[in-house]
Design a protein around this ligand. Structure first.
Ligand SMILES: [Mg+2]
Length: 300
């Protein structure tokens, strides 16, 4: 089944989960992380993500960079909620005869510590097929802003990104990116509740903006010409908006707020008009509009 449809089905089945578990669950499936409440009342973030060799990186990728990318993707989802990472778990499915398991877990542990979240456990199983790593990362939300959800965008919001979009594979950025923990912290500090929504751009700017728009019930319009490009990029705006693995923050903020560095404004949110469904669309320089849902990884 199409991955997007399957996720939507799972989320639909999970609707109302928060009301059935009000003492422990604040935000269930559908955001970058779940938001949990401990018995003492503290909130925590937790998310899980997979890295599959042959899909998220090529089979000749060094083991250390495979580990780095797997941990960094999980850390980026914590940043997307405005949090800081606190601990991580790793589970690996190793190809039969894989001789570098120790090196892989040592690297996972080292990168997890690098981003402040000790690797507190893991599991290994061997099977046919490529190496796959499943990483769970937990985090603590910003102490005053609290968790920043993708569902908080409002009509009138400015839409902005924290850095260049596109060319992640050709530049090697997808293996070397720095999860935007510090930037997320700065945005929470500077904007507080004027920071309405946030997501990390993993599957394509258009598709991830579409997720924010639909979760928030708004229309997001992005101006293609204002999407910041990596230095030396020769890609078209359409390629850059669709390739993904940027791991920059995509935010919507109150139009009254002073836009802090390093944000670049790329569009606006508005109320859906004349019965249109919530969603994102990108306005090209030639005046054509492309649905955001068509600009991203099609995980078929
Ligand atoms: Mg994410």
């Amino acid at each position: 089944m199409h991955e997007r449809l399957l996720l939507e089905q799972i989320q639909a089945q999970s609707a109302g989960l928060e009301s059935r578990f009000p003492s422990t669950l604040v935000v269930g499936p559908g955001d970058d992380c779940a938001v949990l409440r401990s018995p003492s009342g503290d909130l925590s973030l937790v998310g899980v993500d997979q890295l599959i060799v042959g899909r998220h990186c090529t089979p000749d990728t060094p083991v250390d960079l495979i580990a780095r990318k797997a941990i960094a993707r999980g850390v980026s989802d914590i940043a997307a909620m405005g949090g800081r990472p606190t601990w991580a778990l790793a589970a690996a499915k190793l190809p039969a005869g894989f001789a570098r398991a120790r090196e892989l877990f040592d690297s996972c542990a080292a990168w997890a510590e690098h981003w402040g979240c000790p690797l507190v456990g893991g599991d290994i199983a061997s099977s046919q097929g490529e190496l796959a790593l499943s990483i769970t990362v937990a985090g603590a939300p910003h102490p005053t802003r609290g968790p920043v959800l993708r569902s908080g965008a409002r009509p009138g919001d400015l839409v902005a990104v924290s850095g260049p979009i596109g060319d992640s594979f050709t530049s090697g950025w997808h293996l070397s990116f720095e999860p935007r923990i510090q930037e997320a912290r700065v945005l929470c500090d500077a904007l507080g509740l004027s920071l309405h929504s946030m997501i990390d751009v993993s599957d394509g700017l258009g598709l991830d903006a579409d997720r924010v728009a639909r979760a928030s019930g708004v229309t997001i319009e992005i101006d293609a010409a204002s999407i910041p490009a990596r230095a030396g990029s020769t890609s078209t705006w359409r390629q850059r908006a669709a390739h993904g693995e940027d791991y920059e923050l995509l935010v919507t903020i109150s139009p009254d707020a002073v836009v802090p560095a390093p944000l670049s404004v790329i569009g606006r949110a508005r109320a859906p008009e004349n019965g249109e469904a919530p969603g994102a669309r990108v306005l090209a320089p030639d005046g054509t509009l492309t649905p955001g849902s068509e600009l991203g990884w099609d995980h078929g």
